[in-house]
Design a protein around this ligand. Structure first.
Ligand SMILES: C[S@@+](CC[C@H](N)C(=O)[O-])C[C@H]1O[C@@H](n2cnc3c(N)ncnc32)[C@H](O)[C@@H]1O
Length: 220
């Protein structure tokens, strides 16, 4: 049995509980599986509540399970502003997860400088900090665009950037009771501005559901 198989057996048990994130978490781990050697998964916004598979996704717990199954020196680094979230997260994961208490934009800015020097392989940036208000979405979306700004120079074409809480948005008009959409639905919520930027620079939208994920930033 390969190391990856150990993880996938666990994932199959938990996939149903992940509900609207299940299919895209599967795509995320399939993506990371394509990278050989030790990798580092980098996350903003750590798991803050035990067993909250549906509400938040418990991403840090999943990433921890994954790097433990790989058992090849892979690790997770996560950052959260809240001392309480950091405290809880430390009880949920193994020592393969480094949990930093900081503002994520500042943390990422410093992280990539170090990662460049040490040539750390990061197949995934999982951006899930600043909680979203679905009506007043702008502050969260701006924060996630700032996170992208901090890491952008470090991204390789094969690096995946995923933003959580990106349920699709679409504009529509109603004329004489008939609804017509204006344009295609696009990632909304936390990733709305990341999506606008990604589209302009020609990044590849790999999936858009409750998660949105892109590769192909900085393609030559
Ligand atoms: C939705 S939760 C993360 C959930 C987690 N990824 C999971 O799947 O269980 C969002 C987290 O972002 C943190 N946060 C909010 N603003 C932040 C900031 N500026 N920098 C870092 N973390 C922040 C909050 O403290 C909160 O714990």
């Amino acid at each position: 049995m390969s190391q990856s198989t150990l993880f996938w057996n666990f994932f199959k048990q938990i996939e149903g509980k992940l509900q609207h994130r299940g299919t895209t978490f599967r795509k995320i781990f399939e993506h990371i599986d394509c990278f050989s050697g030790p990798v580092m998964i980098v996350e903003t916004g750590c798991a803050r509540l035990k067993g909250n598979w549906v509400g938040d996704g418990c991403s840090t717990v999943l990433f921890d399970k994954y790097v433990n199954a790989r058992n090849d020196g892979s690790s997770v680094t996560t950052v959260d502003l809240s001392p309480q979230a950091v405290k809880v997260c430390k009880t949920l994961v193994s020592d393969k997860v480094k949990i930093v208490q900081s503002d994520s934009v500042l943390f990422l800015h410093n992280f990539v400088k170090e990662a460049q020097i040490k040539e750390i392989c990061v197949p995934l940036f999982y951006l899930d900090s600043f909680d979203l208000d679905w009506i007043y979405w702008q502050p969260s979306a701006i924060h996630h665009l700032k996170e992208l700004t901090s890491i952008h120079g470090f991204l390789k074409p094969e690096t995946m950037v995923v933003v959580d809480d990106c349920m699709q948005d679409a504009d529509f008009v109603i004329t004489e009771g008939k609804v017509s959409f204006r344009g295609e639905p696009k990632p909304g919520g936390k990733g709305r501005l990341v999506a606008e930027y990604a589209e302009v620079v020609g990044a590849n939208l790999e999936f858009s559901a409750y998660h949105a994920g892109w590769t192909g930033f900085n393609t030559p």
